[in-house]
Design a protein around this ligand. Structure first.
Ligand code: G3I
Length: 345
C-alpha cells in the first residue's frame, strides 16, 4: 500500500520547481506542504481551471483531520460513491439527499464547484431498479419511467447546486459499441441515453450535462465510439454539454500528447471536456507483482503528474478543458489498492 500522498506530491512539484528526494522523505509532515491559507493553492497555479477531488463522507466530518486539510486545497468536489444510484434511491421512491446536500454546502462555503456522479450506471444501482415484484426484468416502459423519475427527482431537488452532472457513466464497450447492460438489454437502443439527457436538462437547464467513460482518454476504438455516439446524439438535438475523460491511467500509458489530442478532439465538437477521475497507478499492468514503492517510483509518478498538469493548463488556456478531478484524496485509501489486484496497492 502506498504510504505517500499523491496530492502532496503534485503540490510539492508545483510549489518547488524541482523535485528532490527531500519531498518524499518519510519524515515529511503534511504542514510543510499544505498551505492553510483560505484560497486553495490550485487557484494560484491553475487560474480558471477548477481542480477537483473525489471524496467520501468521512473525509469531511472532522474539521481537524488531515483529509479535511487536503480538501481545502481543492476548488471542486465529487462524491466517490455517495451520489450513485444505490445511495440516492436505495428503495423505490425513497430518495436520500442528506449527503449530497452536505457536500453542496461544503463546496459553497469553500467557494468550489460540485460534480454529480452519477445519474445512471450499470454498477452500484439499487437491486430493485431493473426488476418487478416477481424478480423478472421490467418492461422498457417501466424502466424508462424509473429512469425518468430517478433523474428528474434528483436533478430538480439539487437544481442550481450541482454545476456538472455525469448523466450516464460507462455506456460503451471496449470496442466502442453500446455496453451490453441491463439498460440496453431492456430499452434496446441508445434511446435511454438520449432521454436521460433530456430529462436532466428539463430538470435543471443551467446544469452542464456530461457523458463519462474510461479508456476514452487515449486513441482507439472506444474513443472513436464515444466520438461517433456524441456526434450522433448532438445531431439529434440531445442536450449533451460535455465529455468526461475518467483517466484512470498508469505510469507508461497513455502518453501526454495522446491525451492532448483527445481533449482537442472532443472539444472540436463544441463540447466541454473534463478529466473527471484522474489517478496514476504506479504499476504498468495487472500482471505486475506487488512491489516496494520507492522514492524513485514516487518521483517518477510525480513527474508524470507534472507533465500532465502542464498540458492541462495549456489546454485550459486554449479553451479546451474546463476542469480536472483527482479520484481520491490520498493513496492510502484509493480504490486502486484493490484493483486490478486485491491488496497490491
Ligand atoms: O458501502 C459498502 C459497505 O457497506 C461494505 O461493508 C463494504 C464491504 O466491501 O463495501 C462498501 O461498498 C464499497 C463501495 O465502494 C463504498 O466504499 C464497494 O464494495 C466497492 O466496490 C465500491 O467501490 C467503488 C467502485 O467505484 C464501485 O464500482 C470505489 O470506491 C469507487 O472509487 C469506484 O469509482 C468508479 C467510478 O464511480 C466510475 N469510474 C471508475 C471508478 C473506479 O472504479
Amino acid at each position: 500500500m502506498l504510504k505517500q500522498n499523491t496530492i502532496l506530491l503534485i503540490l510539492s512539484v508545483f510549489l518547488f520547481s524541482c523535485a528532490t528526494n527531500k519531498m518524499v522523505d518519510s519524515d515529511m509532515k503534511d504542514k510543510q506542504l499544505v498551505n492553510d491559507k483560505e484560497n486553495p493553492i490550485f487557484y494560484t497555479y491553475f487560474p480558471g481551471l477548477p481542480i477537483g477531488v473525489a471524496v467520501n463522507t468521512w473525509e469531511y466530518f472532522d474539521e481537524s483531520n488531515k483529509y479535511n486539510k487536503l480538501m481545502k486545497q481543492f476548488n471542486g468536489f465529487v462524491y466517490e460513491n455517495s451520489m450513485k444510484m444505490d445511495a440516492m434511491q436505495p428503495t423505490e421512491g425513497n430518495f436520500e439527499f442528506g449527503n449530497a446536500k452536505k457536500l453542496i454546502k461544503y463546496a459553497k462555503d469553500n467557494n468550489s464547484v460540485v460534480r454529480g456522479h452519477t445519474l445512471l450506471w450499470h454498477n452500484q444501482y439499487p437491486n430493485w431498479f431493473f426488476k418487478d415484484i416477481d424478480g423478472k426484468d421490467v418492461s422498457k416502459d417501466v424502466l424508462l419511467k424509473r429512469i425518468e423519475r430517478h433523474i428528474k427527482t434528483i436533478v430538480t431537488e439539487l437544481k442550481g447546486e450541482v454545476k456538472y452532472w455525469d448523466v450516464v457513466n460507462e455506456v460503451l464497450e471496449e470496442n466502442g459499441t453500446l455496453r451490453n447492460s441491463k439498460y440496453l438489454e431492456i430499452v434496446g437502443s441508445e434511446e435511454y441515453i438520449a432521454k436521460a439527457f433530456q430529462w436532466a436538462h428539463e430538470s435543471d437547464p443551467s446544469a452542464k450535462l456530461f457523458i463519462n467513460d474510461y479508456s476514452i482518454c487515449f486513441s482507439g476504438a472506444k474513443q472513436d465510439g464515444m466520438y461517433n455516439l456524441v456526434k450522433k446524439l448532438l445531431a439529434k438535438g440531445v442536450p449533451i454539454h460535455g465529455v468526461g475523460l475518467q483517466s484512470h491511467i498508469n505510469m507508461s500509458h497513455p502518453n501526454v500528447e495522446d491525451m492532448r489530442k483527445t481533449i482537442k478532439r472532443f472539444a472540436s465538437l463544441g463540447l466541454e471536456v473534463q478529466v473527471t477521475e484522474l489517478d496514476i497507478s504506479v504499476y504498468r499492468s495487472s500482471s505486475e507483482k506487488k512491489m516496494d514503492i520507492t522514492t524513485d517510483i514516487l518521483l517518477e509518478q510525480a513527474e508524470r503528474y507534472r507533465s500532465l498538469f502542464e498540458m492541462f493548463k495549456e489546454e485550459a488556456q486554449n479553451g479546451n478543458l474546463t476542469m480536472v478531478t483527482l479520484w481520491g484524496l490520498s493513496d492510502d485509501k484509493t480504490w486502486l489498492n484493490d484493483f486490478p489486484v486485491k491488496g497490491r496497492g
